[in-house]
Design a protein around this ligand. Structure first.
Ligand code: PPS
Length: 553
């Protein structure tokens, strides 16, 4: 959201044209005619299918939002950004904007080869000349950029567990922007916003962003990819639109910025400042714990509450945007936990007082965020073969169906392997694919308000985590570790598989000749050695009640 802070007279208009924040900014797009031609030529190029995050980055590279970058970082720029927050030429740039790809893809490329960059549907958005191709030291990147190697940090998790092993760097030639079907009228490029400010004669423009719905303390905005657990973007935008009406039209506008946040605290704040400058803003509100990712795996904050403000202040002359310190809004300082509290009240269906948020905002939120007891969720059992996962899941299903209210689907390991994954074996790759399919189906069920019960072995922690993240966008993910020991499972050997595995007749058998990574922090651990199945299922019910997912009683 951008606000004008001082009216201007007509005579000042001519000067404004010259103001650096209002002059047109360079883009990477070629002309329409060249784009048509390039698109045809690019069809013959080797192409890379961009991930959602890469699409966000590419859009801002192409439209000047990431000015002065002219493409994905080269190795020299990357090293320099990681170490010094500056590009190799010395200009301030705190965040590595890299094109991560698989080793196989990178290995097939020659130096200075042109490649096509495609969106998820295969549309060619840009071409890139690959000048650099290298394997980064990701631990170093995490430590220097995010100040931690703890993968409880969403960007560190992305870096270690999702991003490809190799980075490609080089200049980008823009063909067309990614398509957005939603809120089209609210999407502006840096040049469109600059033109808007020029037209309206705004000289001082204050930008603000938050990932949370608005409460009275900050009637402001956000966008792009955020992090699991945040309110979905459609709802957020409708909330902001409701609040826009509270401002005088001539002083405020709202624009959606398709930025994939990294939640990188201080460096992120500086990055946001540069992006806002590119969008024609002169001031930027930096809040307490700006772009903070919450707690680390030891329960401590990743960054100090004012680290972001301190770094921004130190860089603001160079950024070219002045910081507006959110501390000055006394109302907020005292209520730093507003966003979190608002989400909690919504989740639990509690009353939200009028002084806390605008009624229009609350009704928007309630429409898409019913209380937890009415939302979908997933219970994900994991454990050895024969540990009792399916038996408990079946018992739980019956109990939940007895309660009624939401449809329940059981995605049992064996059933899924028969219907969804019949071509898969038990290599790490195949197991991961199998679990991701289960996760995808469970996320769709959760999104549509149902209950998904999953009961695969799911031996790998990072895959379980990826599934958790996918599902938590839509509802709760309850991981239940069925912790029956391998000795007990083998002793029971209900399907006779352990015997075959011992005899070497089944290869890669979990617990015998293949790994199982024990969940470190599951929502619940149950053990069928000392407790019977019915009681295990009951423990899950109690857990669901305590999480507010089913009504107690
Ligand atoms: S995984 O790892 O999550 O993809 O496994 P899952 O889909 O749950 O399949 C496990 C069931 O397949 C049978 N089976 C094996 N399990 C483990 N390792 C090997 N090599 C293997 N080969 C076949 C076994 O019956 C598992 O069933 P459950 O229901 O877990 O006992």
């Amino acid at each position: 959201m951008e606000r004008q802070t001082r009216p201007t007279s007509r005579t000042e208009k001519a000067e404004e044209m010259m103001l650096p924040n209002l002059a047109p900014i360079p883009e990477l797009y070629v002309s329409y005619e060249s784009a048509q031609k390039l698109k045809l030529e690019a069809a013959d190029l080797v192409s890379w299918d961009l991930t959602p995050r890469q699409i966000c980055d590419l859009e801002l590279l192409m439209n000047g939002g990431f000015n002065p970058l002219k493409g994905f970082l080269t190795e020299a720029d990357y090293d320099s950004v990681v170490d010094t927050m500056r590009l190799a030429d010395g200009s301030l740039w705190p965040m590595p904007i890299t094109l991560d790809v698989s080793e196989e893809f990178a290995a097939g490329l020659e130096e200075n080869q042109d490649i096509a960059l495609r969106d998820e549907e295969g549309v060619i958005l840009a071409t890139m000349t690959v000048t650099d191709n290298w394997t980064p030291d990701k631990a170093r990147e995490a430590g220097k950029v995010f100040g931690t190697e703890d993968d409880a940090h969403p960007a560190v998790n992305y870096l270690f567990n999702q991003a490809g092993k190799v980075y490609l760097g080089g200049p980008v030639t823009g063909i067309q922007p990614p398509t957005h079907y939603d809120f089209r009228g609210r999407r502006d490029t840096p040049n469109e916003l600059r033109a808007h400010f020029r037209k309206l004669g705004w000289r001082r423009v204050v930008a603000f962003q938050t990932r949370n719905p608005l409460h009275r303390a900050h009637q402001e905005l956000t966008f792009g990819m955020t992090k699991p657990g945040d309110v979905d973007h459609f709802t957020r935008v409708r909330c902001y639109e409701a609040v826009l009406d509270k401002y005088t039209q001539s002083t405020t506008t709202m624009s959606l910025l398709n930025l994939a946040m990294r939640m990188g605290g201080p460096r992120e704040a500086v990055w946001h400042g540069l992006i806002r400058k590119n969008h024609g803003c002169t001031h930027f509100i930096v809040g307490r714990d700006h772009a903070g990712p919450g707690k680390d795996s030891k329960g401590e904050d990743f960054y100090g509450p004012y680290d972001a403000q301190d770094l921004f202040r130190a860089c603001q002359d160079e950024i070219g945007v002045e910081m507006v310190d959110f501390k000055h809004m006394v109302y907020v300082q005292e209520r730093a936990q507003y966003g979190t509290e608002l989400r909690r009240r919504l989740a639990e269906g509690l009353e939200i007082p009028e002084w806390f948020s605008f009624p229009e905002v609350v009704s928007e939120l309630r429409r898409t965020r019913p209380p937890r007891a009415k939302q979908g969720f997933t219970v994900f059992f994991t454990g050895f073969s024969g540990s009792g996962k399916s038996t408990i899941a079946n018992a739980l299903m019956v109990k939940l169906m007895e309660m009624g209210g939401r449809p329940v689907t059981l995605l049992d390991g064996d059933i899924v392997r028969k219907n969804l994954s019949s071509e898969l074996g038990f290599s790490k790759e195949h197991r991961d694919l199998n679990i991701r399919r289960i996760g995808y189906v469970a996320s769709e069920i959760t999104k549509n308000g149902g209950i998904a019960l999953c009961a695969p072995i799911a031996p790998y922690a990072s895959t379980r985590r990826a599934v958790r993240e996918e599902i938590e966008q839509f509802g709760a993910f309850v991981e239940v570790h069925v912790s029956t020991s391998i000795e007990e499972c083998e002793r029971r050997d209900r399907k006779g598989l352990y015997k075959l595995a011992r005899a070497g007749k089944i290869k890669e058998f979990t617990g015998i000749s293949d790994p199982y990574e024990v969940p470190a922090n599951p929502e619940l651990r149950v053990d069928t050695e000392s407790v019977d199945v019915d009681n295990c299922a009951h423990q899950v019910i109690l857990k669901l009640e305590s999480m507010g997912l089913i009504a107690a009683g």
